[in-house]
Design a protein around this ligand. Structure first.
Ligand code: DC
Length: 231
């Protein structure tokens, strides 16, 4: 670890799940950086495989076609919370995976069981290799990927707050349209058969609607520290 890990701290695995616009990424990165942990953005991995499928002209209306090539792209995630990276077959896709085209198609690709199996294996091996501990953010981390995580957090916020945050990130976007797109994507992610977006029974739910980012970060850091102290 190059980001200031406390040398005596026990490795800790933190799962942070929740829908889009709840502050998952900003919170997860900041908590990891503050506590000297690695960081993994699993949404970026689903976006990366989606980008590869779009680029290679795979028919995304056909789950069988998606499943047939799910093992092909090589996806590598860099886990420094201060400078996370994502490549596909050696190509830096950090920018291309955030386009509207990829965002609108990622739910269809990530619903395919063969895609989930492949990406879940990758996520587990990254978490197992993170010596000082890791914060993993996604939709099914506490329920499926790392059910034995030391601490599970489920972030929520009202649809209005989530849309306002997301449209603030995308220049010139319309809040009402962003809200509709978010609701549709969450509905698709929550209703798919294989490991849907869901709160684990033992997750701590944090409603971020009325909280600033700094308050959410402080709340999660405190929860991790309490866990480490055995409280
Ligand atoms: O967090 P994000 O918006 O970058 O995630 C993009 C998509 O990836 C999201 O709509 C659903 C999917 N995803 C998933 O199915 N499982 C995860 N653990 C993370 C993301």
């Amino acid at each position: 670890m190059e980001n200031g890990a406390a040398p005596t701290a026990q490795p800790v695995i933190v799962a942070i799940d929740g829908p889009s616009g709840t502050g998952k990424s900003s919170t997860s990165k900041a908590v990891a950086a503050q506590l000297g942990l690695s960081y993994l953005d699993t949404g970026a991995q689903y976006r990366a495989i989606t980008w590869w499928m779009v680029t290679n002209g795979i028919d995304l209306t056909d789950p069988t076609a998606i499943a047939a090539v799910a093992g092909k792209p090589e996806i590598v995630s860099g886990t420094d919370p201060l400078a996370p990276t994502i490549t596909v077959d050696g190509y830096d896709v950090a920018g291309p995976i955030r386009t509207q085209e990829v965002t609108s198609k990622v739910s269809a690709v990530s619903a395919v069981p063969e895609v989930r199996t492949r990406i879940t294996e990758l996520q587990r091996s990254i978490a197992a290799g993170a010596e000082g501990g890791i914060v993993v953010e996604g939709r099914d981390i506490g329920t499926t990927v790392l059910p034995d995580a030391d601490l599970k957090i489920f972030l929520t916020a009202s649809p209005e707050a989530r849309a306002a945050r997301r449209s603030g990130e995308v220049k010139g976007s319309d809040v009402a349209a962003t809200r509709e797109a978010l609701i549709q994507r969450d509905a698709a992610d929550s209703s798919r058969k294989t490991s849907p977006l869901a709160k684990a029974g033992d997750a701590v739910e944090v409603d971020t609607t009325e909280l600033t980012l700094a308050q959410v970060i402080e709340c999660v850091v405190t929860l991790v520290e309490e866990k480490r102290a055995g409280k």
